[in-house]
Write a protein that binds this ligand. Structure first.
Ligand SMILES: Cc1cc2nc3c(=O)[nH]c(=O)nc-3n(C[C@H](O)[C@H](O)[C@H](O)COP(=O)(O)OP(=O)(O)OC[C@H]3O[C@@H](n4cnc5c(N)ncnc54)[C@H](O)[C@@H]3O)c2cc1C
Ligand SMILES: *[C@@H]1O[C@H](CO)[C@@H](O)[C@H](O)[C@H]1NC(C)=O
Ligand SMILES: *[C@@H]1O[C@H](CO)[C@@H](O)[C@H](O)[C@H]1NC(C)=O
Ligand SMILES: *[C@@H]1O[C@H](CO)[C@@H](O)[C@H](O)[C@H]1NC(C)=O
Ligand SMILES: *[C@@H]1O[C@H](CO)[C@@H](O)[C@H](O)[C@H]1NC(C)=O
Ligand SMILES: *[C@@H]1O[C@H](CO)[C@@H](O)[C@H](O)[C@H]1NC(C)=O
Length: 531
């Protein structure tokens, strides 16, 4: 009784048999239900996968399976119960919480946010996604940097960053990078600076660029392509967090699905497409999904939501036959870097309670100098600073450091004790207090080592463009009798919101809607043919 729509696909392509023969195969209840019941498998239970399943489900699709490699949903949204609250190991903020942000919309609908996040003022605030209101900057010599210098350099840097998002496409050299653009601006400005402050300014700018690496998820801003940089879109609103953990959003969306929709510990090994596979109901399906544990599933459509990092590592083996060249190239060319968090709890806060961030400035470092790094000794220099985590009354006094790139990947190879002693030494150096008590607890992430993520999030790297993002998003095959056998969602497939949870969410909806529209069209053709 669920055979109708895929059969119709074949019939339409052959145009031989009268469509009424389909009608004979129908049996109540709900002929209508029947058209809508192609078998859809979703690979990955991150926010894009869960949202795709939800969108299909509420549109009447019932033959859905989400196959998830790990033992949990959420993927890169991962909240850990801590004290009386939560800490975030993955996504932390709703970037640009305003009415056009679907993560914000859903979170408000489900009442998952604090009242102040819902105020109109908060939604209209242009936070730039950067540079919180209050911050303190320390140097490795244990000195504070003057607020005037911080303000001046921050303002310059923000202007350059805005310009880098606004270069005219005609004049842009495709080989140029955001890092190169900003470094050129720095070099030009350097001639105006007096020698007394120039070194401090350069060191401060170096920290800002390391911070930018965390935002872009890259080892160096020299890897981020300049020409398409402005395609990334910032939404208005002052970034906010979830008091009950970001994962509470995924839990809410999931709760509308039957509880056996998602299969955990079910790693997909290979997706065989463009084939003809016999299902247990004697139906012929174009796609077969083979799992690591030997299980096989057949389907009309598979929505792949795995990270770009996973796709890069799998190269061509994940799909059989391999993807067409333009898609394989998109996977290769787009960037996927690592950022990690190092979260530390202290018995007593040693920071100003009014400040949201502590910036670290390494004297002697400069964005214009190529220094050879000794990983073991220097990895901590990549840390641009700390965020003071909100809600200390619930979770205690916590600082969170971000670290990007190769140094971040190196940190993953160290033991907790090694990270803890490096961080203690770092904080003693910067506060100038050799007796500063070490953190009482340290938790750090290892996103590059996670086998089903292999990094943090995507960026449009030098050598790629927004077209690669669209190519990655394109379903295969895109035409013919059985189109859309394998569809692609996930953060890295969103042209303007890549790297974010809202980009991931919208990509899941987009692929669900692609199938919904397809079957509506078939439905309409069928109705017409009956007239
Ligand atoms: C440290 C960090 C901080 C971040 N901060 C923010 C932030 O503040 N705000 C923001 O908006 N975004 C942030 N992000 C980005 C955001 O988390 C992601 O963009 C988003 O969660 C990605 O969702 P997704 O569904 O595309 O992918 P994922 O969440 O990665 O989901 C993919 C799922 O597929 C599964 N999978 C992989 N391979 C297989 C396989 N072979 N078989 C079966 N299942 C498989 C994975 O286990 C995973 O569950 C952050 C990310 C990180 C890592
Ligand atoms: C998945 O595997 C983990 C680790 O082996 C296990 O703890 C968990 O219970 C499993 N989850 C499910 C739903 O099978
Ligand atoms: C900051 O900029 C102002 C105005 O441009 C200038 O007068 C002042 O000297 C600058 N301060 C520092 C510390 O660079
Ligand atoms: C972007 O560039 C155009 C043309 O070069 C200019 O007119 C405009 O003011 C710039 N916008 C911003 C925000 O810098
Ligand atoms: C799924 O839900 C049903 C009814 O809501 C319940 O009886 C069953 O135990 C649940 N199964 C699992 C695995 O949670
Ligand atoms: C096709 O006809 C059915 C039954 O008459 C109706 O419910 C459905 O909405 C129609 N579909 C379209 C796309 O017009």
């Amino acid at each position: 009784m669920m055979l109708w729509a895929p059969l119709l696909l074949t019939l339409l392509s052959l145009s031989l048999l009268p469509t009424t023969s389909c009608e004979d195969m129908e049996s109540p209840p709900g002929r209508h239900e029947a058209h809508r019941s192609p078998a859809v498998i979703i690979v990955g239970s991150g926010i894009s996968g869960v949202v795709a399943a939800h969108r299909l489900y509420i549109n009447g699709y019932r033959r859905l399976r989400v196959l998830e490699a790990t033992g949990r949903s959420g993927g890169r949204i991962r909240s850990l119960a801590y004290g009386k609250g939560f800490i975030e190991l993955g996504a932390q903020w709703i970037h640009g919480p305003s009415p056009n942000n679907p993560v914000y919309q859903l979170a408000s609908q489900y009442s998952l946010l604090d009242p102040e996040a819902l105020t109109k003022e908060n939604q209209e605030e242009d936070g730039d996604g950067h540079l919180p209101l209050c911050s303190i900057s320390h140097t490795n010599a244990g000195k504070r940097i003057s607020q005037a210098l911080v303000a001046n350099i921050t303002e310059l840097y923000s202007a350059w960053l805005k310009q880098s998002q606004n270069v005219s496409k005609e004049e842009c050299d495709p080989k140029s990078s955001v890092g190169g653009f900003i470094k050129q601006k720095i070099a030009e400005k350097l001639t105006e600076w007096d020698t007394a402050t120039a070194d401090t300014k350069l060191a401060f700018l170096n920290g800002l660029l390391n911070h930018e690496c965390c935002i872009s998820g890259t080892h160096s801003m020299d890897y981020v392509a300049l020409c398409p940089y402005g395609e990334y879109t910032l939404l208005p609103g002052l970034d906010c967090t979830f008091p009950g953990g970001f994962e509470s959003l995924v839990t809410q969306i999931k709760s509308a699905l039957p509880n056996d929709t998602i299969l955990f510990n079910k790693t997909v090994k290979t997706i065989h497409w463009n084939g003809a596979f016999q299902g247990s109901d004697a139906r012929i399906y174009p796609v077969q999904v083979q799992c690591e544990d030997g299980d096989m599933f057949v389907a009309d459509h598979v929505i792949v939501t795995v990270s770009l990092g996973f796709l890069k590592e799998q190269a061509s083996g994940f799909l059989s036959p391999p993807l067409p060249v333009h898609k394989a190239q998109a996977i290769q060319n787009l960037g996927f870097g690592t950022i990690n968090k190092i979260i530390m709890e202290f018995k007593e806060p040693f920071w100003d309670p009014d400040c949201i961030t502590i910036q670290l400035v390494w004297e002697g470092e400069s964005p214009l100098a190529q220094s050879k790094i000794n990983m073991k000794q220097d990895w901590v220099k990549k840390i641009p600073g700390f965020f003071v985590l909100e809600r200390p009354e619930k979770i205690g006094h916590l600082l969170c450091a971000f670290i990007a790139g190769q140094e971040s990947e190196y940190m993953e190879t160290l033991t907790d004790d090694e990270v803890l002693s490096s961080m203690t030494a770092l904080l003693r150096q910067f506060t100038g207090n050799p007796n500063l008590p070490p953190p009482i607890r340290l938790i750090r992430t290892r996103w590059s080592s996670e086998p089903y993520t292999r990094g943090s999030y995507s960026h449009v790297a030098v050598g790629s463009s927004g077209k690669d993002v669209d190519n990655l998003a394109e379903p295969v095959p895109n035409y013919g009798a059985k189109p859309f056998q394998v569809l692609f969602a996930g953060e890295a497939t969103h042209r303007t919101f890549y790297s974010t949870t809202h980009g991931a969410l919208l990509s899941g909806r987009r692929e669900a809607e692609r199938l919904i529209a397809r079957y509506q069209e078939l439905d309409m053709l069928h109705n017409k043919s009956k007239l």
